[in-house]
Design a binder for this molecule. Structure first.
Ligand SMILES: Nc1ncnc2c1ncn2[C@@H]1O[C@H](COP(=O)(O)OP(=O)(O)O)[C@@H](O)[C@H]1O
Ligand SMILES: [Mg+2]
Length: 251
């Protein structure tokens, strides 16, 4: 894969994990380079499956997944994945210092670059309050860092890596309200200037994206802005009434 600009197209994609149980059916959509997309839908609708196909954890049964017009099956995984940032719900930090954890996004990054990335996603202030600042050791489990703080560190890492395509499976777990606002703002910064797919649960994240795609039963049923979709009084409206109103209150 050459340097990715970032347009993405699904063309009549069918997919099943197990024979005879279709998960995606005739999914087609186009995303412009730089556009951010919120994928929303009930649990089991097929959101994660869509991003799994884009990052080629699986291949389609039929139809094509194209990046900049190139079928992802014709390029090496390494050339594809090295240009993609994939952030799953469980933030992966390893047992090392915060600095090393952020540097993992770009192995030759200077300390200045690391700090700049941390500042940009609002991680710098809390890091500086830790006893050893950027040299504070993180333990893989049961560290003193909150879920939100761990996320901010992973955002700094992702920003430093500067991927052309970002996939973010937004955490649903409760984050303390103080960090919550920092995390929301961090997501906004991450989405800037790159094609992004966010499996979004929070209304604030959904609204920060350029476009929302609604997945229902393995089919894309609606696509548009928050206001456009609400006024259609369809699937998005139902989801909004049943879930987002409440999620947005807590957040
Ligand atoms: N590895 C898997 N093997 C078999 N079925 C799966 C697997 N992953 C997901 N599924 C099924 O595919 C459907 C879509 O799942 P998924 O894309 O994870 O939904 P979402 O992310 O919208 O919650 C669900 O019915 C789910 O049970
Ligand atoms: Mg999912």
């Amino acid at each position: 894969m050459d340097r990715i600009r970032g347009s993405v197209e699904f063309r009549n994609v069918d997919f099943s994990y197990e024979d005879g149980i279709p998960v995606l059916t005739d999914v087609s959509f186009k995303v412009e380079a730089g556009e951010s997309i919120a994928l929303v839908g009930e649990t089991g609708a097929g959101k994660t499956t869509i991003v799994n196909l884009l990052s080629r954890f699986y291949d389609t049964d039929s139809g094509e997944v194209l990046i900049d017009g190139t079928d992802v099956r014709t390029v090496t995984l390494e050339s594809l994945r090295s240009q993609m940032g994939i952030m799953l719900q469980d933030t992966f930090l390893f047992a090392a210092t915060i600095r090393e954890n952020i540097r993992y996004g770009k192995l030759d990054a200077t300390d200045e670059e690391i700090e700049r990335a941390a500042r940009a996603v609002n991680a710098h202030d809390f890091i500086m309050k830790l006893e050893n600042g950027y040299d504070t050791e993180i333990r893989e489990r049961g560290s003193r860092l909150s879920v939100g703080q761990r996320q901010l560190i992973s955002f700094a890492r992702a920003l430093l890596a500067d991927p052309r395509i970002l996939i973010l499976d937004e955490a649903t777990s409760n984050i303390d309200t103080q960090t919550e606002r920092l995390v929301q703002d961090g997501i906004k910064k991450l989405l800037k200037n790159r094609t992004s797919f966010v499996i979004a649960h929070r209304l604030s994240t959904i609204r920060d994206c350029d476009r929302i795609m609604v997945i229902n039963g393995g089919v894309i049923t609606e696509s548009g802005t928050h206001e456009e979709l609400l006024s259609m009084k369809g699937d998005y409206y139902s989801l909004y009434m049943s879930q987002y109103r409440f999620l947005s209150e807590g957040a």
